[in-house]
Design a protein around this ligand. Structure first.
Ligand SMILES: Nc1nc2c(c(=O)[nH]1)N[C@H]1C(S)=C(S)[C@@H](COP(=O)(O)O)O[C@H]1N2
Ligand SMILES: [Mo]
Length: 429
């Protein structure tokens, strides 16, 4: 499993108050108390239109009820961006538009997708989950049977091991952050604890791993250590309160909190207990990291701490000088985010951001910090620290540890440059 990288913070880095950054800025200036006038030139207050002229929606009855709600027609831009293989459309991804979202939960319609061979049209009546291999009593469950079992919820992110991999490219890509880092989404998954099902089957003492297989035509099979399977893994049936969406594994999927996407097998049909891992394509050719010494990192399941500033970010240029709330997300497969530091001077000095509660293990955690932009060129960075003490690496230290030719597991700090004109672009520092 991945070797942890630690960065020791110099005392001056820890204490420095970066130029224009101040956690109390909004409070001090009275914004929280509602006195916008006290802000002076920070915000332009626009003249109100004539309030006597009622708009049509105040004069006519509104539309009637709907069986299943849809977003406002004015929010049509908030979509998953699809990058599918033109020769095999079922293989590819669609990205969560992180730049359009707030809060910790990803709406089901915007959960990212990664399929190797499309979304299978499974008939839930015919679908079965089989547990066999090194067990005392092989079992087969119908969906109806599983729906009667005791349930738990896991609030957690699912992140593809290939998320953010454009960061490995020699030149910084310019795109909306969702279409660069949006192979991560966070949901409340509800289902049956896997430990319960395995105990019912009776675990043979020789079992150390299990092989999980999906019912899609890709025939995805991956190995999972039994210790994790017995810890917090669930066979999920619900996603944010409703039944799992077809693209996210309907009618059932594995949810493996904090571990890379590929082991969260969708359309789950079989769990086979074995003594040794399978060495399938997805744990040898894929999702492994060739290191500079010629050896490969394998079974690096746990997603390491990561953060990025969602606002400002490329696509959100700053229209005028004044107060801005720097906002972002941080997450770690190792547990809770304990701190996120923000820099506006390319990493010279750092200020701790405010974390939005509740801060939950393996969940997206929002951070924010007010910043006064006075028109100077700035480089914005965020750095996450998790409860294990792990510190998100700089791009340089990640490349030193892993070499220049990485493809998976990119979690380095991300930097945005704000030009004197307020244009925001992706840069490497
Ligand atoms: N059966 C099956 N399970 C699968 C996949 C797949 O193609 N088939 N893709 C995997 C990969 S690589 C990832 S990142 C996650 C993506 O989950 P999502 O599509 O619900 O976001 O599912 C994993 N489980
Ligand atoms: Mo993935």
């Amino acid at each position: 499993m991945g070797k942890r990288q630690r960065i020791t913070l110099r005392q001056d880095q820890r204490l420095a108050g970066s130029e224009g950054l101040d956690r109390r800025l909004f409070l001090k200036r009275g914004l929280v108390l509602g006195s916008v006038a006290a802000l002076g030139p920070s915000f332009k207050v626009h003249a109100e239109p004539d309030r006597e002229a009622f708009p049509t929606w105040m004069r006519e009855p509104g539309r009637t009820f709907s069986n299943y709600g849809q977003p406002s027609p004015h929010e049509k831009h908030a979509i998953r961006w699809i990058s599918a293989n033109p020769l095999a459309e079922g293989n590819g991804v669609s990205w969560t538009p992180l730049h359009d979202l707030a809060g910790m939960i990803t709406p089901n319609s915007l959960h990212f997708e990664r399929h190797h061979n499309g979304v299978p049209a499974i008939d839930p009546q015919q679908h079965r989950l089989q547990i066999d291999g090194l067990v005392r009593k092989p079992l087969i469950f119908s969906l109806q049977a599983l729906l009667r079992y005791p349930r738990v919820s896991r609030l957690c992110f699912i992140e593809c091991g290939g998320n953010s991999n454009a960061g490995w490219r020699p030149r910084p890509i310019q795109s909306r952050i969702g279409y660069f880092h949006g192979l991560v989404s966070c949901s409340e998954w509800t289902g049956v604890p896997l430990s319960l099902l395995l105990q019912e089957a009776g675990i043979d003492a020789r079992a150390g791993w299990l092989i999980a297989e999906g019912a899609d035509a890709a025939g995805i099979s991956v190995s999972l250590p039994l210790a994790k399977a017995l810890d917090d893994v669930i066979v999920a049936l619900y996603q944010n309160g409703e039944r799992i969406r077809p693209e996210n594994g309907y009618p059932m999927r594995l949810v493996v909190p904090g571990w890379e996407g590929i082991v969260n097998v969708k359309w789950l049909r079989r769990l086979k207990l074995v003594s040794e891992p399978l060495m399938s394509r997805y744990e040898t050719a894929k999702y492994t990291d060739l290191l500079p010494n010629g050896k490969a990192r394998q079974f690096s399941f746990q997603m390491e701490a990561k953060s990025l500033i969602t606002y400002p970010s490329p696509g959100f240029d700053l229209p005028e000088h004044g107060l801005y709330e720097i906002r972002g997300i941080a997450w770690s497969g190792a547990g809770r985010i304990s701190r996120v530091d923000v820099s506006v001077d390319g990493g010279e000095s750092w200020t701790a951001a405010e974390l939005q509660g509740p801060v939950l293990p393996a969940c997206l955690t929002r951070f924010r910090l007010p910043w006064r932009w006075r028109g100077q060129q700035a480089i914005l960075l965020s750095r996450a620290v998790d409860e294990s003490g792990y510190v998100q690496p700089t791009r340089q230290s990640l490349i030193e540890a892993r070499g220049e030719h990485g493809y998976y597991h990119y979690n380095a700090m991300v930097s945005w440059q704000v030009s004197v004109k307020g244009w925001v672009s992706h840069v490497y520092v």
